[in-house]
Ligand binder design. Structure first.
Ligand SMILES: [Zn+2]
Length: 1067
C-alpha cells in the first residue's frame, strides 16, 4: 500500500472555498466488478455483465449534469468512477448523491462503482495549476485506460464527456478506449433510444440558459444549514413539511410540523404560510424551516368552498387566527416529476425564435409555474409533458426546469391516464426480460407441474381436504381458498378443522430477486377505473399463484383445530401445502347453495346425476358448516369490523318502504371475509411471538376527532348523542341511540370493530396484490423454520430496513388509492364532457346532501357514484332560491348556515336545504386546459329527482352499475377516436406505445370494488346505492334512517380519511 497526499478544493456550505489536504492510500488490488475480470479481483456483490457491446464511463461533468440519462434502464454497462461520484456529491448535494448511490445499489440497473482513485496504477495526482475539471477528466480517462487493459482488451470502453478539448486530446491515444461527447455517444450507440437524446437536449439547453439570469432579488435568501439546525434545536424555527392548499394554491400553505421538532409549547396546530413571499420558494412537499410571525400578523384559514380558481375577495370567511409564519430555509427538497402544459401560442410568441423560455403550468395546482427553455413550445401546445425542476434561485420569480418526456395530447384518455400515474409517482413499465427470465415456464406447450422434490417438503392436502374458493364472479386472480372438515373426536369431544390456503407467492419470488425488487418498488397492484397494473408478472398473478380449480397449486396454509361445540381453538397449524381446489365458486352461487336454491355448479355439470347430487350435498354441507362456525364466532362477541353495516330498504308491492334492514348483501361474502380476517389475525400472533421486534402489523389509527365533529353536531341536532372517541364507544353509543327507538322496529343493528376482539392484525391473504403480504409470508416461513429447530436461513431484515419498506408500502398504497379516485373522476368528466347539460337528461340526477358548508353543501349522486360540491351563493352575491313549483333560480339574497341545514333568503321567500335531503342537480363539466377537468353541480330543484318512468328501481346498489356503464362508454369512445385517428394515418406514435403499458384491458368492476373495499377507500356507492330507492319518500325518513345514514357517512369518512397503514410493532 502506498501513502500519498491529495489536495482537495472544496466549497463550504456557505460558499467559501476551502483547501484540504488529505492522506491518500493507494492499493494494487481494487475490485473491478466485471465478470470479464482476468485478475481474480475480489468482486463480491453486483458485477457487470460481459454480454454488453461496450462499457461506458461518464466523466465528472456528465455524471453531475446528465445522471438522468444514465438512469435509463436500457443503458447498460456503466462504470461510475470514484472521481465522478465525488464530483456529484460535492457539487449537487446529498439528494443527487443519494440518487446515484441507489442507482449503484439497484441490481435492475447495470452499473457499478470503480474506486479509481485508490487504484495504484490508475490514480493520477493533480498537477500544479491544473483546473479541477481538467484534472477530473484526466482521472476518468486514465481509469478508462486502466479498466480496458485490466480486462485484457476484451471489452471496448467508451468515456463520455462534455469537454470538446478532451475529446480532441484523448480520442486517438489508445485503441479500444473511445472518447465521445454525450450527444454523439447517444446517437451512435443508442439511436433507438430517442427519449434519451431528447432529454439530453432539454438538459443541455437548460444548462446553457442558466448563465443568463437576472440579478434582481425576488426572494429572501435561505439561511445556511447550520443556522437552521441550531434554530430548530433552540425552538426558534419550526421544522415541517409544506402543504399547499389546492384551492388557494398561490396564497395559502400550511407547515405540518414533525412532532418532536416542535419546541414551542403553545403550538398545537399547523403553521399557516400566506403568500408567495413568505413561502420563499418552498414547493409543496418540501421539508422546510419556518419562523413564526409576531402574533399581530397571524391570520385564519379560509373556510368557504371556493368556486373555480378565481378570487373571491371580500366574500371569504376566515376562521380564528392561527400560528402564521414564513419560510426561512429548505431542509430537504422533495421534488418529483411533474406533468405540465405549455402556454398557448399567444403567450410564447414574444420570445426568441430558436430557444423559447416559457412558463409551463403544472397539472398539480399546488406546484408553481415552471420556467423551461425549449425549441418545441409551438409544437407541444396542448400536449402534456413531464418536467423536472432544476433550481430556484432567489433572483428568479419561478423555478427553472427541463422537459423529460412528452406524454401526448391533453384530453386524450391515454395521456390523461399516464398523467395520473406520473402525478402519483406510480412507475409501472412492462416487466423486463431479466425479470421474466426468473419466472417458471408455463405455456400450453410446456405446462408447469409440481416438482416431486418440493412435494416431499409440503403437506399434501389433495386427497384429504375439500378445498374451494369463493370470489366475485369472473375473478382471474384467486389468491385465497378455504376448507372445512370434521376431525376424529378428541378427549373433549367433536372437532372441526377450518383451513385458509393462500397462494404461495414467495416460493416463486425469492427475496432480493429482480422480480422481488420490482414488486417491492410497486408495493401493490394498481386498480384504475378501466384497467389494472399488476404487482407481479402475469404468469404468477393469473396462473401459478392463482388457486384455480382442478389444478395442483402450492399454498401457504393456516389450519385451526376447533372444538365443534364451543369453537374454542385447540391448536393451530401453519405451513406450506400442496392443494387442488375442487370448486371455484362465486358469491351468488355459494349463497344460492346455502339458501337451498336450485343452482348450477359448473364443476359438476358433466357428472352423472347420482354422483353430482352426492358431491353437491358434500359441498353444501361444507359451506353450511363454515357459515355456522363464523356466525357463531360473531354472536359470541368476536366482533370483527365496523364495515359490516349496510342498509337495505324493504319495499312492498306499491314500492313503499316497509323496513330498513341493515345487513351484508350476502352472508357468504361476510363469511369469506371473516375467514381471511381470522387468518390475518392468527398469522399476526404467530409472527409476533417469534419475532416480537420485526412483526409487520396492520394499524388502524384511532378516528381523528375533527372529522367526526360535524357528524356529531348533526346527530345532536336530531336528538342523538354519539361518542366518537373510539370505535368501541362509537358502536356503543349508536347502540344506545337505537335502543329507545320504536319498539316495533324489526331491525337489530350490529356494529363490528376490528379492535374489540382482534387486537393484532396483519396482511397475509393477498400476496399476489400486496407486497406487505409477501413480507409476512417470509416472516411466517422463518417462524416455522425456527420452530423446527433450524436457525433462520438468513439474517432477517433489520428494523430500520423494515421500517423503510413499511413506509414505502404505505406511500404506494396512498398513491394507489389516490390514483384510483382521480381516475374515477377522470372517467366521470370524460363521460359528461360531450353531453349538453341543458338538454341531455342524463345530466340531471338525484343527489343526497351529506355535508353542510359555509356557502353550499357536499352531495352524493348514487346513480353515478359521484361526490361533489353544490354552491348556493355565486360571485355576484346571488343565492339559490326555490320557486313555487320546486325549481330553483339565482336571486339577490342572503345565506344562513345551521348545524344540519342551510337556508337562503330572498325577496321571494326562504329556501331550506337539510342534511340528508334528496335534491335534483344538473351535472356539467368545467373544462381546464392545464389541470384536470372538474365536475360542476348546480341545484335544479330542492326536491328529489323525478326519474323517467323507464328507470327501474331496485334495492341493488346502483352506483356500482351506473359507474361501470360510465367507464365502458368512455373506453368505447376513446377507442373509436383512436381508430379514427389511425385511419387518417396520423395516429400519434406515442400513445400506441403507451397503450402497451395496459396490462388488463377488460375491467372487472366487481373485483375493483373488492379491492377498493380492501383499501378501505370505498366510496358511498355501496351505501347510498341502497338508499336510492328511497328518494321518492324523503319525508318518510325516520330517526332511525338518519342514524343509519350517519353511520354510513361515518364509515365512509373513516375510510376516506383514515385508511390503514402499516406499523412496526414492538417499537
Ligand atoms: Zn478485475
Amino acid at each position: 500500500m502506498i501513502k500519498t497526499e491529495k489536495v482537495l478544493h472544496l466549497k463550504s456550505s456557505r460558499g467559501r472555498k476551502v483547501r484540504v489536504v488529505r492522506e491518500h492510500y493507494l492499493r494494487e488490488h481494487v475490485p473491478c466488478y466485471s465478470s470479464l475480470c482476468q485478475a481474480q479481483c475480489a468482486n463480491e456483490g453486483k458485477v457487470l455483465s460481459g454480454e454488453v457491446t461496450h462499457y461506458v464511463m461518464p466523466d465528472a461533468g456528465v455524471a453531475r449534469d446528465f445522471m438522468e440519462i444514465l438512469e435509463f434502464r436500457e443503458i447498460q454497462g456503466i462504470v461510475f468512477t470514484q472521481t465522478a461520484c465525488q464530483a456529484v456529491q460535492h457539487s449537487r448535494g446529498r439528494r443527487q448523491y443519494n440518487r446515484l448511490r441507489s442507482l449503484l445499489k439497484d441490481p435492475r440497473h447495470h452499473c457499478i462503482l470503480f474506486a479509481n482513485e485508490f487504484q495504484e496504477y490508475s490514480y493520477c495526482p493533480r498537477e500544479k495549476g491544473e483546473p479541477q475539471d481538467k484534472w477530473q477528466t484526466r482521472c476518468v480517462y486514465h481509469a478508462a485506460v486502466w479498466y480496458h487493459d485490466h480486462l485484457a482488451g476484451l471489452k471496448p470502453v467508451v468515456m463520455i464527456t462534455e469537454d470538446q478539448t478532451a475529446v480532441a486530446e484523448y480520442s486517438s491515444l489508445n485503441c479500444g478506449v473511445y472518447v465521445l461527447c454525450t450527444q454523439e455517444y447517444l446517437q451512435t450507440f443508442w439511436p433507438e433510444l430517442q427519449a434519451a437524446l431528447e432529454l439530453y437536449c432539454s438538459i443541455a439547453q437548460s444548462l446553457q440558459e442558466k448563465g443568463s439570469e437576472g440579478t434582481e432579488r425576488e426572494y429572501t435568501e435561505h439561511l445556511p444549514a447550520e443556522i437552521l439546525e441550531a434554530g430548530i434545536k433552540s425552538g426558534r424555527y419550526i421544522q415541517g413539511t409544506l402543504n399547499v392548499n389546492k384551492h388557494r394554491a398561490q396564497h395559502e400553505a400550511f407547515v405540518r410540523f414533525e412532532g418532536s421538532s416542535n419546541k414551542s409549547s403553545e403550538l398545537n396546530s399547523d403553521v399557516l404560510v400566506c403568500g408567495g413571499k413568505n413561502r420563499n420558494r418552498a414547493v409543496h412537499g418540501d421539508m422546510v424551516a419556518v419562523e413564526l410571525l409576531p402574533k399581530g400578523e397571524w391570520r385564519g384559514r379560509t373556510t368557504a368552498l371556493t368556486e373555480g380558481q378565481g378570487e373571491e375577495k371580500g366574500d371569504e370567511t376566515q376562521s380564528q387566527p392561527m400560528a402564521t409564519g414564513r419560510v426561512v430555509g429548505i431542509l430537504q427538497r422533495n421534488w418529483r416529476d411533474y406533468v405540465v402544459t405549455f402556454p398557448p401560442k399567444e403567450e410564447t410568441q414574444s420570445q426568441s425564435r430558436n430557444s423559447q423560455r416559457i412558463l409551463a403550468t403544472p397539472w398539480d395546482q399546488r406546484i408553481p409555474k415552471i420556467r423551461i427553455s425549449t425549441q418545441q413550445a409551438d409544437k407541444l401546445q396542448d400536449h402534456r409533458v413531464i418536467v423536472r425542476l432544476d433550481s430556484w434561485d432567489s433572483t428568479s420569480l419561478y423555478p427553472n426546469g427541463h422537459s423529460v418526456r412528452v406524454l401526448g395530447r391533453a384530453g386524450e384518455l391515454e395521456t390523461e391516464v399516464q398523467t395520473i400515474l406520473i402525478e402519483n409517482c406510480i412507475h409501472v413499465p412492462p416487466f423486463s426480460e431479466a425479470q421474466l427470465g426468473e419466472m417458471p415456464v408455463s405455456s400450453p406447450e410446456s405446462p408447469w407441474s409440481v416438482d416431486p422434490a418440493e412435494v416431499i417438503t409440503r403437506r399434501d392436502l389433495r386427497q384429504t381436504h375439500l378445498v374451494f374458493s369463493v370470489d366475485p364472479r369472473g375473478c382471474e386472480d384467486v389468491d385465497d381458498t378455504l376448507s372445512i372438515r370434521s376431525l376424529p373426536p378428541g378427549p373433549r369431544g367433536e372437532r372441526l378443522e377450518l383451513g385458509v390456503h393462500i397462494a404461495d407467492v414467495t416460493h416463486f419470488v425469492k427475496e432480493g430477486s429482480l422480480t422481488d425488487l420490482e414488486a417491492r418498488a410497486r408495493a401493490t397492484t394498481y386498480y384504475l377505473a378501466d384497467r389494472r397494473y399488476d404487482m407481479l408478472p402475469a404468469v404468477l398473478s393469473a396462473d401459478l399463484c392463482s388457486l384455480l380449480g382442478g389444478v395442483d397449486r402450492y399454498a401457504m396454509s393456516v389450519m385451526w383445530d376447533l372444538d365443534a361445540q364451543t369453537l374454542a381453538v385447540n391448536k393451530v397449524w401453519y405451513g406450506r401445502t400442496l392443494i387442488q381446489s375442487s370448486y371455484q365458486l362465486y358469491y351468488e352461487l355459494a349463497q344460492a347453495l346455502l339458501n337451498g336454491e336450485e343452482a348450477e355448479v359448473p364443476e359438476l355439470a358433466r357428472l352423472p346425476p347420482e354422483e353430482r347430487d352426492a358431491k353437491l350435498a358434500q359441498l353444501t354441507q361444507a359451506l353450511e358448516t363454515l357459515t355456522h362456525v363464523l356466525r357463531a364466532q360473531r354472536d359470541k362477541g368476536g366482533a370483527l369490523e365496523l364495515e359490516g353495516v349496510e342498509v337495505r330498504a324493504q319495499l312492498d308491492e306499491d314500492r313503499n318502504i316497509t323496513a330498513l334492514v341493515p345487513r351484508q348483501p350476502l352472508e357468504v361474502h361476510e363469511t369469506v371475509a371473516e375467514c381471511m380476517i381470522y387468518a390475518n389475525h392468527w398469522v399476526a400472533r404467530k409472527i409476533q411471538e417469534s419475532f416480537p421486534q420485526q412483526a409487520l402489523l396492520r394499524h388502524h389509527p384511532p378516528p381523528r376527532q375533527e372529522f367526526f365533529n360535524q357528524l356529531q353536531d348533526s346527530a345532536r341536532a336530531r336528538g342523538f348523542t354519539i361518542d366518537t372517541r373510539s370505535n368501541k364507544a362509537l358502536a356503543d353509543s349508536l347502540d344506545r341511540a337505537v335502543a329507545p327507538g320504536p319498539s316495533a322496529c324489526p331491525v337489530r343493528a350490529q356494529y363490528y370493530h376490528s379492535g374489540l376482539a382482534l387486537d393484532r392484525y396483519t396482511h397475509f391473504t393477498s400476496p399476489i396484490r400486496r407486497y406487505a403480504d409477501m413480507i409476512v409470508h417470509r416472516l411466517l416461513t422463518a417462524a416455522i423454520a425456527m420452530e423446527k429447530g433450524a436457525g433462520p436461513a438468513k439474517a432477517l431484515a433489520s428494523n430500520k430496513e423494515l421500517e423503510e419498506v413499511a413506509q414505502q408500502i404505505n406511500n404506494k398504497n396512498r398513491a394507489a388509492q389516490h390514483a384510483q379516485k382521480v381516475s374515477t373522476e377522470l372517467f366521470q368528466c370524460l363521460y359528461f364532457r360531450d353531453k349538453d347539460p341543458e338538454t341531455d337528461e342524463r345530466c340531471v340526477a338525484d343527489a343526497v346532501i351529506y355535508t353542510i358548508r359555509a356557502n353550499g353543501m357536499l352531495v352524493f349522486i348514487p346513480q353515478y357514484g359521484l361526490k361533489g360540491a353544490v354552491y348556493l351563493k355565486n360571485r355576484e352575491g346571488q343565492v339559490v332560491s326555490e320557486r313555487q313549483d320546486g325549481g330553483c333560480d339565482w336571486q339577490t339574497g342572503s345565506l344562513q348556515r345551521y348545524l344540519d341545514h342551510i337556508t337562503t333568503t330572498t325577496a321571494v321567500g326562504t329556501s331550506t336545504f337539510n342534511l340528508f335531503q334528496h335534491i335534483t342537480v344538473r351535472i356539467s363539466v368545467q373544462p381546464s386546459r392545464c389541470h384536470s377537468d372538474t365536475i360542476r353541480l348546480e341545484v335544479v330543484s330542492n326536491r328529489p329527482h323525478q326519474a323517467p318512468e323507464t328507470q327501474v328501481q331496485t334495492t341493488q346498489p346502483q352506483g356500482a352499475r351506473g359507474r361501470s356503464q360510465l367507464v365502458q362508454e368512455v373506453v368505447r369512445q376513446a377507442e373509436a377516436s383512436q381508430q379514427a385517428e389511425e385511419k387518417r394515418g396520423r395516429a400519434s406514435k406515442l400513445s400506441t406505445e403507451e397503450r402497451e403499458f395496459r396490462q388488463s384491458k377488460c375491467p372487472n368492476l366487481y373485483s375493483l370494488l373488492e379491492e377498493v373495499r380492501e383499501l378501505a377507500l370505498l366510496d358511498l356507492a355501496a351505501y347510498c346505492g341502497a338508499f336510492h330507492g328511497l328518494n321518492q319518500h324523503a319525508d318518510r325518513l325516520s330517526g332511525l334512517t338518519i342514524l343509519l345514514y350517519i353511520l354510513g357517512v361515518i364509515t365512509m369518512v373513516t375510510r376516506l380519511y383514515l385508511g390503514t397503514s402499516l406499523v412496526l410493532f414492538g417499537k
